[in-house]
Design a protein around this ligand. Sequence first.
Ligand code: E4P
Length: 217
Amino acid sequence: MKFFIDTANLAQIKEANDLGILDGVTTNPSLMAKEGIKGTAAVLQHYVDICNMVDGDISAEVISTDYKGIIEEGKKLAALHKNIVVKVPMIKDGIKAIKWFTDNGIKTNCTLIFSAGQAILAAKAGATYVSPFLGRVDDMGADGIELIYQIRRIFDVQGFKTEILAASIRNALHIIKCAEAGADVCTCPLDSILGLLKHPLTDSGLAKFLEDAKKFA
Ligand code: E4P
């Protein structure tokens, strides 16, 4: 399973990248706004900065919601760097645009996926990635991990090549469950990635080893 970080914060991206386990980055308009980035030029430059930090797929989301607008915006984003993946919302014009991007060799990430049916449509259009938002599904009392399992089963049975990019990750357990469910990629906040490191027996075991090491130092 590939690890992406789900943030537009350059310090967090650097920290995850320095771990040596990072395969890519996902952003969205909310994450960009959180960084206080203002104006089109600054937004585009921020994507380039991320691309220059991480050698992997970098999702940059379109704001347009009509077919022509999505295509124009997506072309500009894709021209920024070879690693840009155009992130397109799961709407009717988005599906049409994903088909156009696919036919024109531009990678896409279909975002805001909350059902297997939506994932099937995006895969049929040739999306590189589908992003089921499992945390938001959990938030409303349904089972986000089961959605990942269901999409995995469908894609395997149908032979869809679209990668399942599990998104809206809330904690380390989500990452483990996504790995178990067969997600191709998990895009995670830094805290959730670092949460995988933690175990009290590791801490106490290391403390004991270091204490004993003093005996022969
Ligand atoms: C995915 O690419 C989205 O950016 C993200 O995972 C949404 O997560 P949220 O539910 O924490 O906003």
